[in-house]
Design a protein around this ligand. Structure first.
Ligand code: MG
Length: 331
């Protein structure tokens, strides 16, 4: 087998690659390790829960409506820490740059990283830079890793029957912003990426109530995230189509491109399962934060398996794990 572009698209196909990449026997440092394939690892250390994660970024274009590769490379790592309940503390950054890359663009990228770090209360404390010869790489690739500390560890496998499913805002914004921009669509109001550091919002949520499971719907979108959560938890999730928040312009671009907005990446959203008793307090906490204004309860957890969508016209259909994100190089 040779690696193809779908192997990096966050869906079923990526599983083939993960079966090779996760054949590491030394995979757990005492808490939650690689075997869990969660958003990050947890390492108990001197009475604290250290959270550790890493993420590489190759998004094209480098500068897109609503963000750029710098902002996304900080937010990607901060959000994976946050999904485990981790307050982000420190990040590393490894950059691989192609010969000929404009240093002005590099300066813009770094300024953008700094802004996202400031917003999340985290610091970039170590890094590495390599330059490859022209043609060996398309511009720039950025890897970040981060450590955080969690008071309460949250997993992606903790859904239980009776839980309520909440999304923190509109779905599909990032993937469709990238795609519409590439295609040169003019839909009146421009679609902007939702790329945002989510720790501040997640912290409010964790203070407001109990969260049983949490995941950021990045590559493969909501469809991929909710299926992973349901399968790992051994439950069925039922969602109501009409309750899923999707922007009008995202819906029209998705329709024109033949893309399901539930299958494309979000970079500033959370899917969570919370006990019914915590739902209204958590929804209030989300609504009180600038990144959670459009948060909504969209479904419930029951016994069984699969993710089922009750459609607006009264039918039912499965939401399946996509083969891969339909937008290549989305993050
Ligand atoms: Mg994640």
């Amino acid at each position: 087998m040779k690696v193809n572009i779908m192997h990096g698209a966050g869906g079923e196909v990526m599983g083939e690659l993960l079966r090779i990449l996760t054949k590491v026997q030394h995979n757990n440092a005492g808490g939650i390790g690689l075997e869990a394939l969660d958003d990050g690892a947890v390492i108990p250390f001197k009475g604290e829960n250290l959270v550790f994660t890493t993420d590489s970024h190759i998004v094209r274009p480098i500068f897109f409506p609503g963000g750029d590769i710098g902002r996304i490379s900080v937010c990607g790592t901060i959000n994976d820490l946050a999904m485990m309940g981790g307050k982000p503390i420190a990040l590393s950054c490894g950059m691989i740059i192609e010969e000929g890359f404009e240093t002005d663009d590099l300066a813009r990228i770094v300024a953008s990283m700094d802004e996202a770090l400031g917003e999340a209360g985290a610091n970039l404390v170590t890094g590495d830079t390599k330059v490859m010869e022209r043609g060996a790489l398309d511009g720039i690739a950025i890897n970040t890793a981060g450590i955080g500390v969690a008071k309460t560890i949250v997993r992606d496998n903790g859904l239980v029957p009776g839980d309520v499913i909440i999304v923190s805002g509109t779905l599909g914004d990032h993937g469709l912003a990238i795609m519409a921009h590439r295609e040169g669509f003019d839909l009146g109001e421009q679609i902007k990426s939702d790329v945002s550091p989510l720790w501040g919002m997640v912290e409010k949520v964790l203070d407001a109530g109990t969260v049983h499971a949490m995941k950021d719907p990045t590559r493969g979108g909501f469809a991929s995230a909710i299926n992973e959560m349901a399968t790992k938890s051994g439950v069925c999730v039922r969602v109501q189509e009409e309750k899923i928040p999707i922007r009008k312009n995202v819906r029209s671009a998705a329709g024109m491109l033949g893309i399901d907005p539930l299958e494309v990446a979000n970079e500033g959203k959370v899917v969570m399962g919370v006990p019914a008793s915590s739902a209204s307090a958590i929804l209030d906490a989300l609504h009180s934060h600038k990144y959670g204004k459009d948060a909504a309860i969209i479904g419930t957890v029951t016994k069984g398996a699969h993710v089922i969508m009750e459609t607006s016209i009264g039918g039912e259909r499965f939401i399946e794990t996509p083969m891969g994100d339909p937008v290549p190089r989305v993050c």
